[in-house]
Design a protein around this ligand. Structure first.
Ligand code: PMT
Length: 221
């Protein structure tokens, strides 16, 4: 499309999983492919925004006209996001950040001896919750990957993380969530307004999200 309605906006998008090392050859991660976040970054750039994409490890080509910062761990994503937060007016957090990481990363490959092995995990920082505490003029949009109680859990996240909008996807539905080219989402607002969208490709969902971003930005001017 030749709609340049995001001209002059500066948008930070996160995408993909994070990987949390166990030892030099192993890590913990999740099923995020990065497709959702890359679609958001691509659509925003096409509509004229200046876009920085903070990406976990994925197998996707960078969208044209987007500045890509590659990270691996949640802590690296945290630093990359915090470094740039004051320079953007909108954040769309579609990354599937690992909630926990191994408490200790072994320096050497862990050998197999016993029949069971226990890895102790500790919490990673919640990047979006921290942004919610820091935000001034920025519009903050989060995602929520849920397997039950979609709207209830989404409303809790909107409030707890001080968001302007949350894109809630039930990742158990066929054609929604991780890895697929399509998604099924509900847009949840702090007012309690909910927009239920049908199944659509991730680029179309990205454009619905950006339509709402345009309105949310106008509300902050
Ligand atoms: O990448 P794809 O294969 O296309 O899949 C897309 C997707 C399913 C990953 C995406 O649509 C999605 O739902 N992303 C958010 C996944 C997630 O981590 O949800 P959550 O409910 O655990 O987290 C809620 C929000 O807090 C998210 O915006 C997340 O980025 C953020 N978060 C979570 C944990 C953490 N430590 N820091 C965060 O910032």
């Amino acid at each position: 499309s030749d709609n340049r309605d995001l001209n002059g906006l500066s948008v930070m998008v996160t995408a993909g999983p994070t990987t949390e090392p166990i030892d030099p050859v192993r890590y913990i991660t999740n099923r995020s492919s990065g497709k959702m976040g890359y679609a958001v970054a691509d659509a925003a750039a096409r509509r004229g925004a200046r876009v920085v994409l903070i990406s976990g490890p994925v197998a996707l080509n960078p969208p044209p006209g987007v500045e890509v910062i590659n990270v691996e761990t949640a802590n690296e994503m945290y630093s990359a996001v915090m470094d740039r937060f004051s320079m953007v007016d909108s954040v769309i957090m579609s990354a599937a950040v690992a909630d926990y990481k191994p408490k200790i990363t072994a320096n050497q490959k862990i050998k197999k001896h016993e029949s069971t092995l226990t890895i102790e995990l500790e919490k990673n920082p919640d990047i979006l919750a921290q942004l919610g505490k820091m935000k001034e003029r920025q519009v903050l949009i989060g995602f929520a990957a849920e397997t039950e109680e979609l709207v209830n859990n989404a409303m809790i996240k909107v409030e707890r993380k001080n968001l302007d909008m949350l894109v809630a996807n039930d990742v158990t539905l066929p054609g929604a969530g991780f890895g697929t080219d399509t998604n099924i989402a509900k847009l949840v607002f702090p007012s309690g307004r909910i927009v239920s969208l049908p199944k659509m490709d991730k680029l179309s969902l990205a454009n619905h999200i950006l339509d709402e971003l345009v309105i949310l930005r106008k509300g902050k001017e």
